[in-house]
Design a protein around this ligand. Structure first.
Ligand SMILES: NC(=O)c1ccc[n+]([C@@H]2O[C@H](COP(=O)([O-])OP(=O)(O)OC[C@H]3O[C@@H](n4cnc5c(N)ncnc54)[C@H](O)[C@@H]3O)[C@@H](O)[C@H]2O)c1
Length: 97
């Protein structure tokens, strides 16, 4: 198992974390935070930061192959090792083809 150490920067205040969550994800009714693109570069780091702040996070990602999906799976494995993280594999697009 990977040893994941999640800590907030000392300079980061909880309000900053909440603002980040408001921009990238949405607060869910039960207090969990939905982070879209959680397997991607930005979503992964946002999820890590939120978990480090003690928040519960639901990650959502389709895990597309825009670049090597193994990197995304590795990120998800790291997040899944942290209590408070759950994952939904889903295409959130409503675009019609
Ligand atoms: N990384 C940067 O420096 C940077 C800078 C400016 C803007 N952005 C923008 O921010 C966004 C995220 O950037 P990133 O670097 O994290 O990209 P990324 O490709 O690493 O992550 C995006 C994630 O979203 C997922 N995704 C894409 N479409 C989806 C869908 N329909 N449903 C569910 N999941 C879906 C992908 O599988 C991927 O894991 C992008 O729109 C990017 O253009 C990134």
């Amino acid at each position: 198992m990977l040893d994941v150490k999640l800590k907030l920067d000392r300079a980061t205040k909880p309000s900053g974390v909440d603002l980040l969550a408001a921009v990238i994800g949405i607060f869910m009714r039960d207090g969990k935070i939905l982070v879209t693109g959680a397997a991607g570069f930005i979503g992964f780091h946002v999820a890590q930061r939120l978990l480090g702040a003690g928040r519960e996070v639901v990650g959502l990602d389709v895990v597309n192959d825009y670049y090597d999906p193994r990197l995304k799976e590795a990120r998800l494995d790291m997040l899944k090792a942290v209590p408070g993280f759950s994952f939904i594999k889903l295409n959130s697009s409503i675009a019609r083809r």
